[in-house]
Design a protein around this ligand. Structure first.
Ligand SMILES: Cc1cc2nc3c(=O)[nH]c(=O)nc-3n(C[C@H](O)[C@H](O)[C@H](O)COP(=O)(O)O)c2cc1C
Length: 217
């Protein structure tokens, strides 16, 4: 579906129903000012269709990338693959943690289901190129930028999403199940769908606490 089908980013902007060359700056600003993550359990159908997925991934991967290394890749999980992945991850969880108390293993199994409940799940993998002059840290940050772009783009197309990680992103057996190599890391597992309910706003950072002005002492 996605082979050789990169979408021109300008075309995406122009084809958007809300595009207006004068208003787009304000629109982007408002979107950023209002964006909220959605609860993964509240993300249902409809999810993005094939054209929208192409657009989302085209803008998600349009990120700062020192050295143009593309130090990330993306795994999509959709349709019946979600149930199969859920079953495989659950089996991996019970195998790696056979002595888990029933209550905590129930909770972990529910979390796997929650993770894969949305119509589309995008897994962003950080694939650092080892022996290049660009530091690993910078390559990892670029993968984070893919995640951030993706949730902003999803919000711009009217979809809810949330940037998750959890057990699935760190457990070796879960990573094998996902097809993530041992030299890679999961940067984010991002379910995308239509949010049935808007999230309440949460407390936001205090600039006073987080920002300082450097001055010569
Ligand atoms: C790398 C990363 C991993 C995260 N993993 C989880 C997670 O596993 N579970 C969770 O509830 N929130 C997780 N979050 C937090 C949510 O994505 C989100 O920031 C939070 O729900 C606040 O929503 P907001 O985007 O509206 O500020 C993660 C955030 C980041 C940056």
């Amino acid at each position: 579906m996605l082979e050789n089908q990169n979408v021109d980013a300008n075309e995406i902007a122009r084809s958007s129903p809300s595009y207006d060359s004068n208003l787009s700056g304000q629109y982007v600003f408002d979107l950023l000012a209002r964006r909220r993550s959605a609860s993964p359990l509240r993300l249902g159908e409809p999810g993005p269709g094939p054209d929208e997925i192409r657009k989302l991934l085209t803008v998600a991967t349009r990120v700062p990338d020192h050295g143009m290394l593309e130090p990330w890749r993306i795994i999509l999980v959709q349709g019946s693959a979600r149930e199969k992945l859920s079953a495989r991850l659950s089996a991996a969880l019970l195998k790696t943690n056979p002595h888990q108390e029933a209550a905590s293993s129930d909770l972990a199994l529910r979390k796997i289901k929650t993770l894969l409940a949305a119509p589309l799940v995008v897994i962003v993998v950080s694939s650092v190129h080892p022996s290049v002059r660009i530091l690993e840290w910078e390559q990892v940050l670029s993968a984070g930028a893919v995640c951030m772009n993706l949730i902003i783009a999803a919000s711009a197309l009217g979809y809810g999403s949330t940037w998750l990680t959890g057990w699935t992103a760190y457990d070796p057996a879960a990573l094998r199940t996902l097809g993530v190599r041992t030299d890679e890391k999961v940067a984010g597992i991002i379910p995308i769908g239509t949010a049935s309910e808007a999230q309440q706003e949460r407390a936001r950072p205090s600039l006073q606490k987080r920002v300082t002005m450097w001055s010569a002492t």
